[in-house]
Structures are given as structure tokens and as C-alpha cells.
Write a protein that binds this ligand. Structure first.
Ligand SMILES: Cc1cc2nc3c(=O)[nH]c(=O)nc-3n(C[C@H](O)[C@H](O)[C@H](O)COP(=O)(O)OP(=O)(O)OC[C@H]3O[C@@H](n4cnc5c(N)ncnc54)[C@H](O)[C@@H]3O)c2cc1C
Length: 445
């Protein structure tokens, strides 16, 4: 069995570095930072730590040697992009910034000895640990649903991969005039506008390729972020007629009903809450009754990635409580939790949030090691979403720690204005595409 010292020596040699001492005290520039998860949060933290101080020993433990980015992944379904285009590699982080990678699953944490052990038995010591494992889908939250069904028949595709490709095939080959049902998740969940964007993009795609098809969103909620501007877009693009309570809220002229709309949103109050799946008959049973479908996409409830539970970082909510100013776990010292797995109050579970949290934590850690104060944090988030391929929307927010000690929003205006011109709406869709490119560069290049 490889001893910890042998492992550290081997790791240092493979990095072309001098062997590091087994114990490095915080405060020294050679401090060891281990990061679990090389997705948006983990990879951003690794890059920004190395940019802040190239002497830091930053090691990312990541299950997969290629990252499949979730943001923009619904655009595989409407053939706007490909599975291959979602793939991101770690070469630049390794070769240009000197980040070390261990491609293995993290398995256990010893917060006293300050070590992480991987599935293959490697033991990594740390001075500071960052945990960014994303989410785990609770397939069992919908009776009748399971991971096995998700992989073979009723994909979720909320963590992108083979399920995304399966859902794309099912949708693109759906029978003429078929029904696509999307079971939306309960709060809190990754990417708040995402399920609605997915349904809208497929409505647009079906209009061209399967014009008699129907898209139904079965929702356990009565509202969603960007709902008003999304519904205005759906009205303009697909003739969608918003529920009565939204008509007065949408401060813009709605197009009068023409032909029946292919897109329908069933909120909780209209009986939309998914209650049970019968995969044999392809029926989603909702509070309002059964919906028979040709393609069903279940986006189930979610919690922090399993490793956060195994590390003892979660509370009863299934997510990880953190000290708001530092994102350090309230349960283990010198362990910071960022991204979808953390409890960040008003900050949504989005890539943008994970990225801005990661940059802040990189700063907190380098400041702590140097004995500096990091000052007062300010975070941002912008979620772009599409009502159609050329119809962009967004929600943009700035966050600070409020008097109650929680993270709260400080801005008032948040959304695309109701009176945005057609050019501004098209530009928002251009920004959405540009953001995906620039964001990926910011993290991985
Ligand atoms: C369809 C869709 C559209 C989206 N669109 C947007 C958008 O437009 N804008 C936006 O800001 N966000 C968007 N998001 C959300 C965004 O992708 C996530 O919020 C973001 O990826 C969260 O980052 P993270 O680092 O917390 O998790 P992830 O990016 O999921 O990274 C977690 C990493 O941890 C690894 N991991 C997990 N467990 C272990 C373990 N035990 N050992 C080693 N590695 C492990 C995983 O393999 C993964 O690489 C979208 C999501 C979806 C599904």
C-alpha cells in the first residue's frame, strides 16, 4: 500500500516539483489546497488560487477526466449544439496554471488529521479543503421513478451525460403529434429558469419538426424566476396565454389567442404537482390527474452531491451550511463548501453563483494564509435563459450579507424590461451564447 509520504513524493515528482514536507503550516506559501470536484466551482477556485499565488499546491480530485458542462446542455435537445461541444478538458489548468489533478472519486474525510481519501486509497493531506461536488438527483423523490429508469426510459438529464443524449433522441424521434411532459422540480434546485427554458426550446423545435406535438410542464410550484418575462416571450413566439393572475402582472400587450398553444404550464394550483410515475404506460400522475405522454423528462428533487453527505457536511436540508462570509463549513473547520452543494440563501444554485463564490473563497483562503482580512463580500449572479433560440431573457442580481446574517439581494431591477425592443431581446440571446463561451474560458482556460 502506498504511504501518504510516498504518495506526496510521487505526486510532487509527477508535477515536476520538489517534494513537499508532509505537514505544511497554514501561513506558508506552499500550503496545500485540496479541492473535491472539478466542475464550475472547483475548477474556478483552482485557477484563481493559482493566479493569486502560483506557489500554492492546488490539487483537484475529480471523478471524470472530462467535464460535461451542464449550462447550455438543453441546447443539445433542440440541435442547437452537440454533446461533444459540452465537453471541457483540464489540460490548460494543469499545464498553464500548475493545478494538479487526481482523477478518482473522493471517498472519505478525516477532518482531524485533515486528509481526504479517494476510492483507490490515495490519501491527500490539506491545509484548506474546498468541496464543490454539485448535486445529487433524488430519483426516489417521485414514486415509480428510479435511476435505472432515468438511464433507460425516462431521462432526467439534469446532470448532463448519457441521459441528455437519450432525451435528445427521444424528443427528436417523438411520434407525429406526440406529447412531451416535463416534470419540474421542487425548490431548491440547480438552475431556476432551466426547466422552463428546456420546455420553451422544445416547443420552438417541435413547431418546425413536429408541428402537432404538445409540451406540458407539470410543476409542483406556482411561480418560477423569470416567469413573467418568459410568459411574455412564449405569448409572442407560441401564442401562449398566461394564467389570469399573470395577465395583470405582465406589463406589456399580450397577443390575443389565435390557435391553441402547443405549450402548457400546469402550476401546483392547477393540479400540476407530479405525484407518481407509471413508466409502463408512460403516464405521469399529477395532483390534477394522469397525463399520458410519449416522452417524459423528470427533473426530480435534489440535494448536495453524495460526497458532501459522506464528509459529514450536510444538515437536514440535504445541503451544506456555511459561514456566509467565508463559505467555510459550520460543521468542519478549514473546509469550504461552494456551488450547488452550499446553502447560500438568496443566491441561486447556478454556475454563475458557483463561479463567484469560488473566486471569493480563493481570496479568503489566500488572505487567511497571508494573515490579511478579506473585507466585505459582494457576489453576483446572472442567469440567461431563452424563450426561443433568438429570444433571450435574464435575471441579474447582486448579493451581500444582510442584517439577519443571511445572503440577500440588494438590487431592485432584475429582469429584461417588458418594453425591451426586438433588438434588445435578440441581443439577450446573443449575450447568452457569448456568456457560455466567456464563462467556460474564465473557468477552464
Ligand atoms: C440544463 C441546465 C442549464 C443550466 N444553465 C445555466 C446557466 O445558463 N447559467 C448558470 O449560471 N448555470 C446554469 N446551470 C447550472 C450550473 O451548471 C450549475 O449550477 C453548476 O454547474 C454548479 O457548479 P458546481 O461546481 O456546484 O457543480 P458541478 O459543476 O456539477 O461540478 C461538480 C463536480 O464534482 C464532481 N464530483 C462529485 N462528486 C465527486 C467525488 N466524490 N469525487 C470527485 N469528484 C466528484 C463531479 O464529477 C463534477 O465534475 C444549468 C444547469 C442545467 C442542468
Amino acid at each position: 500500500m502506498t504511504t501518504r509520504r510516498q504518495f506526496l513524493l510521487a505526486g510532487a515528482a509527477s508535477l515536476g516539483m520538489a517534494a513537499c514536507p508532509a505537514i505544511v503550516r497554514a501561513g506558508q506559501a506552499t500550503a496545500r489546497i485540496v479541492i473535491v470536484g472539478g466542475g464550475v466551482g472547483g475548477a474556478t477556485a483552482a485557477k484563481y488560487l493559482k493566479m493569486a499565488d502560483p506557489r500554492l499546491q492546488v490539487t483537484v480530485i475529480e471523478k471524470n477526466p472530462v467535464y460535461i458542462r451542464p449550462y447550455g446542455s438543453s441546447e443539445v435537445l433542440n440541435q442547437h449544439t452537440t454533446m461533444q461541444a459540452l465537453e471541457v478538458r483540464y489540460d490548460t489548468l494543469r499545464d498553464k496554471y500548475g493545478v494538479a489533478f487526481v482523477f478518482d472519486a473522493a471517498k472519505s474525510l478525516d477532518p482531524v488529521a485533515k486528509t481526504v481519501t479517494t476510492a483507490s486509497g490515495q490519501v491527500l493531506g490539506y491545509d484548506k479543503l474546498i468541496v464543490a461536488p454539485g448535486i445529487k438527483l433524488r430519483y426516489d423523490s417521485l414514486p415509480g421513478y428510479s435511476e435505472q429508469l432515468a438511464e433507460t426510459q425516462v431521462p432526467s438529464a439534469w446532470i448532463p451525460g448519457a441521459q441528455t443524449a437519450l432525451l435528445a433522441r427521444q424528443l427528436q424521434n417523438m411520434r407525429d403529434g406526440g406529447v412531451f411532459v416535463l416534470a419540474a422540480p421542487p425548490n431548491p434546485y440547480r438552475c431556476p429558469p432551466g426547466p422552463y427554458e428546456r420546455a420553451a426550446l422544445m416547443t420552438e423545435w417541435f413547431a418546425k419538426h413536429n408541428p402537432r406535438a404538445k409540451v406540458l410542464i407539470a410543476d409542483p410550484k406556482d411561480s418560477f424566476v423569470t416567469d413573467e418575462t418568459a410568459m411574455l416571450g412564449w405569448n409572442r413566439l407560441y401564442g401562449y396565454q398566461p394564467p389570469a393572475e399573470y395577465r395583470s402582472k405582465i406589463k406589456a400587450e399580450l397577443l390575443p389567442p389565435g390557435k391553441p398553444c402547443a405549450l402548457e404550464w400546469l402550476p401546483a394550483k392547477a393540479g400540476g404537482t407530479p405525484q407518481r410515475l407509471d413508466a409502463k404506460t408512460m403516464t405521469l400522475h399529477t395532483a390534477g390527474g394522469p397525463i399520458k405522454a410519449d416522452v417524459i423528462n423528470v427533473i426530480p428533487a435534489m440535494v448536495a452531491g453524495q460526497i458532501a453527505v459522506d464528509f459529514g457536511l450536510t444538515n437536514d436540508s440535504g445541503f451544506c451550511p456555511v459561514h456566509r462570509t467565508t463559505f467555510e463549513s459550520t460543521l468542519h473547520k478549514d473546509v469550504h463548501v461552494i456551488g450547488d452543494a452550499s446553502i447560500a440563501d438568496a443566491m441561486p444554485k447556478s454556475g454563475f453563483s458557483a463561479n463567484t463564490q469560488a473566486k471569493w473563497v480563493a481570496r479568503v483562503i489566500t488572505d487567511q494564509l497571508a494573515g490579511r482580512d478579506s473585507g466585505t463580500p459582494v457576489w453576483e449572479n446572472t442567469c440567461y435563459a431563452l424563450a426561443g433560440k433568438d429570444y433571450g431573457l435574464f435575471v441579474a442580481d447582486v448579493f451581500r450579507i444582510k442584517e439577519d446574517g443571511k445572503i440577500g439581494r440588494v438590487n431592485k431591477a432584475r429582469y429584461l424590461p417588458f418594453d425591451a425592443t426586438p433588438a434588445q431581446i435578440r441581443l439577450s440571446a446573443v449575450y447568452q451564447q457569448a456568456w457560455i463561451q466567456a464563462f467556460t474560458q474564465d473557468i477552464f482556460a
